[in-house]
Ligand binder design. Sequence first.
Ligand code: GLN
Length: 309
Amino acid sequence: APLADQDFAPILDWIAAEVRPWVGRGKVADYIPRLAEVPADRFGMAVATLDGRLLQVGDAEEAFSIQSISKVFTLTMALEALGNELWNRVGREPSGSPYNSLVQLEREHGIPRNPLINAGAHVVADVILSSDDDARGRLLSFVRARSDDMAVEMDPEVARSERVAGYRNTALANFIRSFGNLDNPVEAVLDFYYHQCAIRMNCVDLARSFLYLANRGRCQHSGEVVISPERAKRINAIMLTCGTYDAAGEFAFRVGLPAKSGVGGGIVAVVPNVLAVAVWSPGLDDKGNSLAGAQALDLFTTRTGLSVF
Ligand code: GLN
C-alpha cells in the first residue's frame, strides 16, 4: 500500500512511549520569563493528512506559545503582500548562526540571511505592517482560517514578558533600521513581532494549519488557495534549510523534512503531498529546538518512510 495510507495511530502511540526518556530533559526557554513557567514534562504530537485524517497522542490539545513557528505564517503573508520584491530585503541562505545572531547583518548591509531567523522575521513583520492597518488582526484571521480554530489567540502576557526582556531583538531591529531595511518605527515592528510569537496553538491546530504547505498552497479543509504552488515549494525549501537555525543540517540528517521550530518547544514538519505533523515538548537543546520533539520526528520519518529523502 502507498506510504500515505499507513495507519498512523499506532505509530504515534509507539513514538510517545519511545520518547519518554527525552521528555523533561533539555532546558525550558527562560529568557522570556513567562515561558519559564511552562511545565517541562509535556509531550504531544498530531498528524493531519491531506485525505482528512487527524491522529494525535499525549498533550496534543494543550495550547503553547508557538514563538518562531509564526515566522512561516508571516512569511506567507509578506510574500502575498510584496511578491518577489521581498527577496530584495531578505535572503534565503541558511545562516549557520543562532536565531538571534547579529554578526552577519553588518557584513550583509542589513539584509538578513533568511526570513526564519529573528532579523529576517523583523523585515517580514515590517512588510506586513506596511501592507495593513490592522496587521495583528490580519495575522490572527489568517492563522484561525488555516487551523480552522476561531479560538486561537495571542497571549498578551507572553508578548509583554518578551518585550521587557527583549534587548537582543531591540538591538537587531535598530541595526536593520540603521541600514534602511525597516520602514516602520522599530517599536511598531517589535510589538507586532512579539505578538506573532505569542500566538497560542496546540499540536492539532498546528498540524492542520500547515497543510497548505503539503498541498501545493491550497488549504486542505476550506479549499482556499493560500499561496501559489511555486511559493509553497519555496517556503518548504526555506524551512528545510533554515527552519531549525544552526541545527538545520542536523535536522535534515535526522528527520529529512521541511520543518519550523519555536522556543516554546513546538516543531511542525511537512511531508509534501501527504501530511503535516506537529510535536510539542518544552525542553530545548542548546540550539533552541525541542529535544523530545526532534527525537519524535526522527522516529516518525524512519518508521513511516515518509521523508523527502
Ligand atoms: N520570540 C523569540 C525570540 O525572538 C522567538 C525565538 C524562537 O522561537 N526561536 O527570541
